[in-house]
Write a protein that binds this ligand. Sequence first.
Ligand code: SF4
Length: 307
Amino acid sequence: MKYLFGPVNSRRFGRSLGIDLLPTKICTMNCVYCECGETEMCTDEVKEYVPTKEVIAELSSYLSPAPSLDAITFAGSGEPTLHEGIGDIIDFIKNRYSAYRVVVLTNGSLLWRDDIRTRILHADIIVPSLDAVSKEVFGKINRPSFGFDPEKIIEGLVRLREEFIRTIFLEVFILPGFNDGDDELKRLRDAIVRINPDAVQLNTLDRPGSVAGLRAADRPLLERVRNAFFPLKVDIIGNAETAVVKETVSGVNDVLALIRRRPSTMDDIIAGLALTSAEAENAIDELYRQGRIAKKEGARGDFYYAL
Ligand code: SF4
């Protein structure tokens, strides 16, 4: 599969097929914690980065046998709303395969634009993120492409809430030393009250970020943030999407497809793709031999990532 990956067994969305609309790491931001590594193209140019028709054809072929899935999630190696065909792809799924919930994970940076919000209004769940409100903290943690103002992003999220009648989960990534100060948490809380999502989801570092030396938030810190956001509904999701399940026999290409979108430990690969240790090790050895992967040390061990 070129544009589809997984399915991922997600605590939030159930068994979820991923769609990646970007050929490489293309995003409006370059977050220090990004598990996909440094942004290769930091841009706000919206265009057809991969052919919409090809994505729809691959979806059609995958979905026609009616696989067991709960959701289809726009995620992967960058910001999916940068792809101008996202609305057509959402409409294709909802018109032809309406039993599957469509989820859009977005950094929210383009939602101040009416045309971008309109494209994703037929999704079932939208999960925008907001990690900072002050320009200083926003600049340090999200490192956006030129011209993004957090207040403009918040206004876009407020408008999305007015127009979108289904579920919005607002994800906040907590990074110690960046956005866990009392003042920033208060600003975040006030902004989230304005946005009025169905729930807030607190996330933190699970894999190496694009910058070395970052720490994950521990449970007491996440609880402190939850208290600071009272009375908003806040779920601590942490490491919610680690496990991946697959029904078919997996091999080198499946391992590569997985770690291209989500750097993984050997245990993640074994559990996720339902491989034996020997199968996973053989696949990793082969990918090393081909020069297609490398590894980086993280809190849970060595993480393999694609080159
Ligand atoms: S974490 Fe999301 S918004 Fe940030 S750089 Fe990575 S893909 Fe872009």
